[in-house]
Write a protein that binds this ligand. Structure first.
Ligand code: FAD
Length: 293
């Protein structure tokens, strides 16, 4: 099923994300993780695409497996390190595997490749290419605190609007830890005429190494309140996990109370963390999906 149809049919949706194994040899392990996550009954499950396209086969196969489990898959696809022929082959493969939903991304660019000519400069180029080759439901990324490379949030929003106009059906945000950053982004986006569904990306921070790595990669700001939690419990893995789950739960309750269109949980292949969060929200998230009545 197309994700845009799921979004239209529901007041708010709940999705999870998994990453495929780097080596094809480990695909069965990741399939077991996917099965557990699909068992939580999310509205869709997204599968990331390894930087540089190294997991291309695993991504498409995991997405196919998710669909076979009766859930809905969203396959990520990046373009920065691929030429036109490679991207076209990847799109054909998505069709061959029956994948209807694609998250179209530029991908990160290595410093040494920054000035090299590329067939695809921005995600918008990839979106145009995908639209030329099939009838996909297309998602794209957005950044409540601005993309790390962009000089200003205003410019980033102008680029985002241009990207959407190439044919985007919905957006998923980069992780954020301060909901006011998300609300402020939503307000500014609406002023730019961006009114498509935006799913809020929530990353449960359950260990200290992950906190440092994720913030460095995403550029997301850690609010003082969370910094205090990490300082206090960072050296105690069980306590940090519990605190990270509680923090993400609180963020989600606040977002739902304020009418968010959907929550995308960066599950990081940890079904137990996703299950704990859902259990904390058992009267807020209905048996099937977020209940906002
Ligand atoms: P773009 O939309 O192309 O934007 C990149 C930068 O270019 C921004 O600063 C933007 O302002 C600027 N820009 C855009 N258009 C123009 C223009 N016309 N002129 C000048 N500047 C412009 N990475 C992976 O490798 N695999 C994944 O599976 C993956 N999944 C992700 C999922 C989500 C929800 C998010 C938020 C990110 C994900 N990423 C993934 C990371 C993503 O690839 C990086 O953040 C990347 O640096 C930017 O990708 P983008 O699609 O947002 O790029």
């Amino acid at each position: 099923m197309k994700i845009k149809e799921i979004i239209t049919a529901n007041q708010a949706i709940f999705s999870c994300e998994i990453f495929p194994p780097k080596s094809y040899m480990n695909i069965d392990k990741t399939k077991a993780v996917a099965k557990e996550i699909c068992g939580l009954n999310p509205d869709f499950v997204s599968v990331t695409y390894g930087a540089g396209g190294g997991t291309s086969q695993q991504t498409v196969e995991m997405a196919q497996y998710i669909n076979q489990l009766g859930s809905t898959a969203l396959a990520h696809l990046t373009c920065a390190s691929s030429n036109r022929q490679e991207v076209q082959a990847a799109i054909e493969k998505l069709k061959e595997y029956g994948i209807e939903n694609v998250l179209a991304l530029r991908g990160d660019i290595l410093e040494e490749n920054r000035d090299k000519p590329r067939d695809f400069t921005y995600a918008s180029d990839l979106i145009t290419e995908i639209k030329r080759h099939g009838d996909f439901c297309i998602g794209a990324a957005c950044y409540p605190e601005g993309h790390v490379e962009c000089d200003s949030m205003e410019q980033d929003l102008i680029h985002l609007k241009a990207k959407i106009d190439c044919g985007v059906d919905f957006l998923t945000t980069q992780m954020f830890f301060d909901n006011t950053a998300f609300y402020s982004f939503m307000f500014r986006a609406l002023k730019k005429g961006i009114d498509l569904p935006i799913l809020a990306g929530i990353m449960p921070m359950t260990n200290s190494a992950q906190i440092v790595r994720s913030c460095k990669l995403s550029g997301a700001t850690l609010p003082t309140r969370f910094r205090r939690i990490a300082d206090k419990f960072g050296d105690n893995p069980e306590a940090m996990k519990q605190a990270g789950i509680a923090y993400a739960t609180e963020q989600i309750i606040d977002l739902i109370a304020n009418g968010v269109k959907g929550i995308h949980l960066y599950t990081m292949n940890k079904p137990d963390v996703a299950a704990s969060i859902l259990s904390n929200l058992s009267c807020i998230v209905g048996a099937d999906r977020i209940c906002m009545k």
